[in-house]
Design a binder for this molecule. Structure first.
Ligand code: DQA
Length: 146
């Protein structure tokens, strides 16, 4: 099963960015965690991060064309990008939205994600473990579908 793990703006700064909120795991560590978890679960995982919205849109379009599964942390775009939501709505495979922090326990402007209504499921507040859990869920679903 092909899975794209896509990360939005500022997530490349993990490990140094607001460590009290996002933890000390670096972006490189997050990539390794996703790739290793994917290998354990027999998933073909590609991990990407961008600070450019059009780049994320292109990756989502490609995932839609391939019918691939997506684990997406849209970061700040979660809260206002209708373009990201519309691209997510085109996906044919499952979409798991992940947030490292508990967006509901933070500033009010973070409480709403425009992406959530078109996601299969949402994981938030469990740190980078949320990515691992998302991949485990996708692998389990793929197994039941076999
Ligand atoms: C985030 C939460 C967003 O509100 C924020 O803009 C991010 C990261 C998270 O993973 O907790 O950049 O998506």
């Amino acid at each position: 099963m092909k899975v794209y793990v896509l990360n939005g703006p500022n997530l490349g700064r993990l490990g140094t960015r607001q460590v009290d909120v996002y933890g000390v795991t670096s972006y490189a560590d997050l990539v390794a965690l996703c790739v290793d978890t994917g290998a354990e679960l027999g998933l073909d995982v590609t991990v990407r991060q961008t600070d450019a919205e059009h780049e994320l849109l292109g990756w989502l379009h490609a995932a839609a064309d391939e019918g691939a599964a997506v684990v997406l942390n849209p970061a700040a775009w979660s809260h206002y990008s209708i373009a990201v939501r519309d691209a997510c709505a085109m996906l044919r495979g499952p979409l798991i939205e992940v947030h490292i922090s508990n967006i509901h326990a933070r500033e009010e402007f973070r409480h709403h994600s425009v992406v959530s209504a078109v996601a299969t499921g949402v994981i938030c507040g469990l740190g980078v473990d949320g990515y691992r859990l998302a991949l485990r869920h996708l692998a389990a679903q793929a197994e039941t579908a076999d």
